[in-house]
Ligand binder design. Structure first.
Ligand SMILES: Nc1ncnc2c1ncn2[C@@H]1O[C@H](COP(=O)(O)OP(=O)(O)OP(=O)(O)O)[C@@H](O)[C@H]1O
Ligand SMILES: [Mg+2]
Length: 339
């Protein structure tokens, strides 16, 4: 890459998504801003329902039916995806940005062989001949850790185990050598050894220094293995954006992030086992009935009256930032959160 070329791959600015539900209007993605650099793996963590999947889908401009986008920009390689037409977006999806979906079952067509499904990607985006396509597909299946790619090529999804289907999804995601891969809980339901292989494969995506990874996960042990930076979501907002060494070293800034870390069960680090985040006392408030101030205030040990009535500001320290009146800024003797 030329000297001085922009290292930013993706920049999401002030993105909000509104959805009309039976309970009322919700904003599951609320004023979300973050960036992913070339060669960078960014993790997105948070409890169930915090908006991680919708944020990932939004980067591809895949919004649920009935959703509206009142504000925001999604700048990918300098282009605002929200301003592109459907045909231009189709060219970007799969080819320059790809997503490993949270439910691989629903993303694979049950009546087509794996080979047909991945070949289709090459046929719609490249001019390769049939034999070249077959060669590429087999090569991608092999690099996704599938030991017998010829057999997988001829198989239907139901003939493969869950772990193999997940690797097929990864082969599809990396098929066209995209610049950005969004991996939504890619290790759920995998046994620990396979999960570790998948994590290594995902990590390698960014090693080219031109590509980026958005890694959505519940599992902080996995996040620690894969990511350079950690984003934490709560009730539709990014409440923390901190480099991984600080997040897992001196500790994050936001009380919610600290609660996530300290409620993590000990002894899982490094096993690759997918463990759901253990409960933090209290519950995430419903999106249609958020408290007026900070959404985390009702569960936060540090909250005072101001937190309960006013929206907290974004406060930064170095490369870290948090949406909080009382972020935990560096101080001598800050607690160590090391697995
Ligand atoms: N199509 C939809 N219509 C209405 N509400 C939706 C829709 N999709 C998601 N939501 C709501 O938006 C919120 C965020 O959902 P999302 O799937 O992004 O959460 P998540 O952080 O990925 O959760 P999980 O960890 O369980 O995968 C949830 O409250 C969810 O109920
Ligand atoms: Mg999700």
């Amino acid at each position: 890459m030329a000297e001085g070329e922009d290292r930013t791959l993706l920049e999401v600015r002030h993105l909000s998504v509104l959805i009309e539900t039976r309970e009322g209007m919700i904003r599951p993605v609320s004023d979300v801003s973050f960036a992913i650099g070339r060669g960078e793996a960014v993790a997105l963590v948070g409890e169930s329902g915090s908006g991680k999947t919708l944020t990932g889908l939004s980067v591809l401009c895949l919004f649920p039916p009935g959703a509206t986008v009142p504000s925001g920009e999604i700048l990918f390689e300098g282009q605002d995806l929200l301003r592109l037409d459907a045909a231009a977006l189709r060219m970007i999806r799969g080819q320059r940005i790809s997503m490993i979906f949270q439910e691989p079952q629903s993303a694979l067509n049950p009546v087509l062989t794996i080979g047909t499904q991945i070949s289709e990607l090459f046929k719609s985006h490249t001019d390769l001949s049939d034999s070249q396509v077959r060669e590429r597909v087999t090569e991608r299946l092999r690099s996704a850790g599938l030991p017998d790619p010829e057999r997988v090529f001829k198989s239907y999804p139901h003939q493969l185990s869950g772990g193999m289907r997940q690797r097929v999804m990864i082969a599809m995601a990396i098929a066209l050598d995209p610049h950005l891969v969004i991996a939504d809980e890619p290790t759920t339901a995998l046994d620990p050894t396979i999960a570790l292989q998948i994590l290594a494969l995902l990590s390698s995506i960014r090693e080219s220094r031109t590509k980026g990874l958005l890694f959505i996960s519940h599992d902080l042990a996995h996040v620690r293995r894969v990511s350079d930076r950690v984003l934490v979501m709560y009730a539709g907002r990014i409440v923390e954006d901190t480099p991984a060494p600080r997040f897992f070293g001196n500790g994050p800034l936001h009380p919610y992030s600290r609660a996530l870390l300290s409620s993590r069960p000990s002894g899982t680090g490094g096993t690759g086992r997918e463990t759901p985040l253990p409960a933090i006392p209290g519950q995430v408030p419903p999106l249609w009935n958020l408290p007026p101030g900070c959404a985390f205030a009702p569960r936060c040990p540090r909250a005072d009256d101001r937190c309960r009535t006013d929206q907290p500001p974004w406060q930064s320290e170095g490369a870290s930032g948090a949406l909080c009146f009382y972020p935990d800024l560096s101080s001598p003797g800050a607690p160590q959160h090391v697995a």
